[in-house]
Design a binder for this molecule. Structure first.
Ligand SMILES: O=C(O)CCC(=O)C(=O)O
Ligand SMILES: [Fe+2]
Length: 344
């Protein structure tokens, strides 16, 4: 039995555990296993005109952005998915497909679920003080299909079931170097840089100082992807399969008041909260102009009610006055007043 590391050596840093055997890879090495499992079901299939599968959520478009959908979503059978994918590859098309199905509510999977070795994800979650893994998603991607750079607000134990997938991860604190879309945009939590291997350094100059870590996941590997860590993934093999085990991190305990100093990790949450509060106060559809106005005011050392409001928020989280201007300029720099559709 694998020894569980002490929580302090796990929490906060990604790692790969080889040979954890949570899901029996042998059974899944033939994709017809999935076809049999889901023969009577339709599942979510995403189609992209290129190989990029940018995530978006229109419910989050509080900024009312004129947003061009980058991928098409359809409900289809696994058999039809496999057939269309074969055709695309044999015709040398640029188009790609990606099956991405949330596994809750799949009663036909009861037997399959029962065969998974839950002990390891449960023990890790418990040792790290997270909630139990409470949601799974299955990913089956065509060769070359790519998930652009983004982060999730959950702990993720990501198991590679079949084939190889390459990944690049960046720490949560690289937030401003990865130019996230505004929090009021359907692509909130997504980096405008998109692909770390073809980043536009003219548009995103701070990206060159971000610290990416590269790895190849092979069948049987378990990747721990901590809360907030940025990730980019690409399927090296056709019909590479992965399953995520997501757990929730408990909210920070502030019962003893706001700590005198925030960790860099917490400051990144502060950055996001600040942006959301500005959006709430001055209207989400005006976040862009509010941020650009704030930038001007700070640069010109002017006084204004918007700056007064933001300074109060920063003081409440104990950012000293002499650090507030840089903190603000850093969040705004390069992220507002641009043609976002260009980077979707
Ligand atoms: O495997 C992929 O392409 C995306 C996985 C992912 O983003 C996740 O599990 O959070
Ligand atoms: Fe993700």
């Amino acid at each position: 039995m694998l020894d569980i590391m002490k929580p302090q050596s796990v929490a906060g840093h990604p790692l790969i555990i080889e040979g954890s055997g949570i899901i029996e890879a042998g059974k899944w090495s033939d994709v017809s296993h999935v076809q049999k499992l889901w023969k009577d079901r339709k599942v979510l299939i995403k189609k992209s005109p290129n190989s990029k599968f940018r995530y978006f959520d229109m419910k989050k478009n509080s900024g009312k952005f004129d947003f061009r959908h980058p991928v098409q979503e359809v409900q289809d059978s696994v058999a039809s998915f496999l057939e269309q994918a074969d055709k695309m590859l044999s015709e040398g098309a640029d188009e790609r497909m990606y099956l991405q199905e949330t596994l809750s509510g799949h009663s036909e999977m009861a037997e399959e679920f029962a065969s998974w070795k839950w002990e390891l994800p449960i023990r890790i979650s418990h040792a790290c003080g997270w909630g139990l893994p409470d949601s799974n998603e299955l990913f089956i991607g065509m060769q070359g299909a790519e998930t652009p750079l983004h982060f999730d607000e959950r702990e993720n134990l990501f198991f590679q079931v079949r084939g190889q997938k390459e990944i690049v991860v960046f720490p949560f604190v690289d937030y401003v170097k990865l130019y996230p879309f505004p929090t009021t945009h359907p692509c909130d939590r997504q980096s405008m840089v998109g692909s770390p291997i073809e980043a536009d350094l003219n548009a995103f100059p701070k990206f060159k100082d971000a610290s990416g870590h590269y790895a190849t996941l092979r069948a049987g590997d378990l990747l721990y992807l901590p809360y907030g860590w940025w990730h980019w993934l690409r399927n090296l093999d056709n019909m590479a399969i992965s399953v995520s085990f997501w757990s929730t991190t408990p909210a920070t305990d502030l019962s003893n008041g706001v700590p005198s100093e925030f960790s860099d990790h917490m400051l990144t949450r502060v950055r996001r909260n600040l942006e959301s509060l500005v959006a709430q106060k001055f209207g989400p559809e005006h976040l862009d102009e509010s941020m650009l106005k704030l930038q001007q005011i700070v640069r010109n050392k002017q006084d204004d009610p918007i700056l007064k409001y933001v300074r109060e928020l920063l003081a409440a989280v104990k950012i000293p006055p002499q650090k507030q201007d840089d903190f603000l300029l850093e969040i705004i720099d390069g992220r507002f007043g641009i043609d976002w559709n260009k980077y979707v």
